[in-house]
Design a protein around this ligand. Structure first.
Ligand code: FA5
Length: 356
């Protein structure tokens, strides 16, 4: 037997064996190992081709052709197997990632307004209808605006009623050379800020958080929310104040409600009053909610004190003003029949979900 025949035989045997083996390989790593071993630079095929040089010249063409054919066949067989394995891998992956689009969707849990936000928006809407603008002010406030310019000088006893949190170490110089920074005890300092920034006519309401050094109980929190109302104009009177508050109370608690004023003292108004509404639970006959009086206290109000107008350089001989302030939490307690103010801030969803 000539050398050519035996080399061609060997090539054909390699073709058969290598192809058969290829069919048994099931992963890319084994495939790569096969490629290096059979088709690689030092692989079986290359070793056989190395034998070509030792053949007689007339035997070489036939052996060379056979070698090329085997090489092409094995390379394309390799390519096919690789494609097969990759396709199978993709199918498996798709299978693993299959999702059942017919399953019912998980419920989307919608949020809702906090009851205090709801009251705030209702009050804002009422006053917007009376052409008031909504403005805000800082919660960390100059002592000067929170107290002094509201006619509560440093040694005034009214400071005790609204004890608050003083910002320690703050000796920055404030307005008018004043010192002292506090967490505001009421929204009234925004009266001062508004009157300093704007000339009459002024009609604003000011919702926002306030702070007091307060032992908490069912009707007191150390942080709560107030709204301030301020109107400054020529000829505006306590009658306008009363009319506006009555309009608000009736919008929120029903058209049958009455509003009454009782004398009340706030250093920044003169005359000053507490305002009450007739009890919405018993209609004014007397019950547990109104402590048998028929009336429920809502907030404070009065005519802006001439000293306050002077302090912000508005002429009290030409302009008059009125103001009021009350807490949203106490209003929410009444409107929703809740008996403990602390429930609004414990973030218990069982409680909050009732206000949908
Ligand atoms: C004031 O804060 C005045 N600035 C209101 C005012 C404005 C009077 C303009 C005149 C003119 P007073 O301290 O009474 O007033 O508080 C007003 C309301 O805030 C109270 O009626 C009550 O509704 C609420 N409030 C007071 N303290 C607390 C507290 N610790 N927790 C919850 N609500 C409170």
């Amino acid at each position: 037997m000539s050398t050519t025949v035996s080399l061609v035989d060997e090539l054909e045997q390699l073709e058969r064996n290598a192809q058969a083996e290829l069919g048994t390989l099931n992963d890319e790593a084994a495939l790569e190992e096969w490629r290096v071993r059979v088709l690689g630079r030092k692989g079986t095929l290359a070793t056989l081709l190395g034998g070509l040089g030792r053949l007689a010249a007339d035997e070489r063409p036939a052996a060379g052709q056979a070698a090329n054919r085997v090489k092409t066949v094995l390379e394309s067989a390799f390519g096919e197997r690789q494609a097969q394995l990759r396709a199978a891998g993709r199918t498996q992956q798709l299978e693993a990632e299959r999702i059942d689009v017919t399953l019912p969707a998980r419920g989307y849990r919608r949020g809702q307004e906090h009851p205090i936000t709801r009251i705030r928006r209702e009050v804002e809407d009422v006053f917007k209808r009376l052409s008031f603008s909504v403005v805000e002010g800082p919660e960390v406030e100059w002592d000067h605006y929170n107290f002094t310019l509201l006619n509560i000088p440093p040694d005034h006893p009214a400071r005790d009623i609204q004890d608050t949190f003083y910002v320690a170490g703050s000796d920055a110089e404030g307005p008018g050379g004043s010192r002292g920074v506090v967490l505001r005890t009421h929204t009234s300092p925004v009266q001062i800020r508004t009157m300093l920034a704007q000339r009459p006519p002024i009609r604003v309401i000011v919702p926002g958080k306030v702070y007091r050094n307060e032992a908490t109980d069912a009707s007191h929190e150390a942080m709560f929310t107030q709204v301030e109302g301020l109107c400054v104009d020529e000829h505006t009177t306590m009658g306008d104040l009363r009319g506006s508050l009555t309009f608000m109370i009736r919008s929120l608690f029903g058209q049958e409600r009455e509003v009454r004023f009782r004398c009340g003292y706030f250093p920044f108004v003169e005359p000053g009053a507490e305002f009450d509404m007739s009890c919405h639970v018993c209609g004014g006959n007397g019950c547990r909610t109104c402590k048998q009086t028929g009336w429920i206290e809502i907030g404070g109000c009065g005519m802006v004190h001439p000293k306050v107008l002077e302090a912000v350089e508005i002429d009290p001989a030409r302009y008059t003003g009125w103001a009021f302030g009350f807490g949203f939490e106490r209003m929410a307690l009444l409107k929703y029949g809740v008996d403990d103010i602390r429930l609004f801030y414990t973030n218990d969803l069982r409680f909050l979900k009732q206000f949908r």
